[in-house]
Design a protein around this ligand. Structure first.
Ligand SMILES: [Zn+2]
Length: 280
């Protein structure tokens, strides 16, 4: 999930730098101090037991990241994938990733520094400074990290992202890259619901403004529209890219549902056709 709104109350092995050099570390630490200025700098002044950089991601952990080198490298590849698929620019600012060995430490930490943030297993928070990802060690860490890193890359490139689309894209990019297209856990549920419900209403998703309004069904519906736009008719992909381009250019983007319907008047029928014909 992305908590930017809430806080406002709201990879490649070659690109991986094991233990950032002195200069880079100074940059990283300075950035953290800026982000946390206003009573929170004492927290930033402490070096973390392990700090590494992978592309734009500056990772700080209270445990050794050595076993996680491949996962951290994946984050850089994830940014490359997002940039290539969506034609957005790479994040132009650092993204800080804070990782905790224990979920209890993670929860205490987040609730102390971001009391308005919802209780979730992982968070992306962007207030005034660079984006920050918070997560803890565990079986779900790879998925959580890819999901939150997607939010971070999007918000590093764009001035805003509609809530539902933000979550739909994060859901799309959270599986390992080889599984995204055909092995998302959402796929079967979406295909089953076609017979009963047809295409979910994108215009309803567009009205959601609070994460609390997004349950499993909304996440699945958002994922499905992203899958349709990225792997369905080329015109749908083009419209998504143009929509994001308008946002990047700070031009009023309008509603994506209306833009899609202008390009594809029978968009719901094409959605149903897309998933009915989609084979794993
Ligand atoms: Zn999310």
């Amino acid at each position: 999930m992305a908590a930017g709104r809430v806080s406002n109350l709201q990879d490649n092995p070659g690109g991986f730098v094991r233990r950032a050099g002195f200069a880079r570390r100074c940059v990283a630490v300075a950035a953290v101090v800026v982000v946390l200025s206003g009573g929170r700098s004492a927290w930033a002044a402490n070096r973390w037991p392990d700090e590494r950089q992978a592309g734009p991601f500056f990772c700080h952990a209270d445990f050794s990241l050595e076993p996680y080198e491949a996962l951290l490298s994946e984050l850089t590849r994830l940014q490359d994938d997002v940039v290539r698929e969506l034609h957005v620019r790479p994040a132009h600012e650092p993204i800080h990733v804070y990782l905790f060995a224990k979920s209890s430490t993670y929860k205490r930490y987040v609730s102390h520094y971001f009391p308005a943030a919802p209780s979730r297993p992982a968070l992306f928070i962007k207030d005034r400074g660079p984006g920050m990802v918070f997560a803890h060690r565990g079986e779900e860490l790879p998925i959580d990290l890819r999901h939150e890193a997607t939010h971070a890359v999007l918000h590093g490139a764009l001035p805003m992202v509609p809530l539902w689309l933000d979550e739909g894209l994060a859901e799309y990019f959270e599986p390992p890259s080889a599984d995204r297209e055909n092995d998302s856990p959402h796929l079967r549920a979406v295909q089953r619901s076609l017979w009963i419900k047809g295409a979910p209403r994108m215009d309803r998703l567009e009205k959601l403004t609070d994460l609390a309004e997004m349950g499993a069904g909304e996440y699945r519906a958002a994922w499905s529209w992203v899958h349709f736009m990225l792997h369905g008719p080329p015109a749908a992909r083009e419209e998504l890219i143009h929509f994001l381009h308008d946002i990047a250019a700070r031009a009023p983007p309008g509603e994506l549902s209306q833009r899609l319907r202008r390009r594809l008047p029978d968009v719901e029928a094409q959605y149903v056709e897309h998933f009915r014909g989609w084979r794993r």
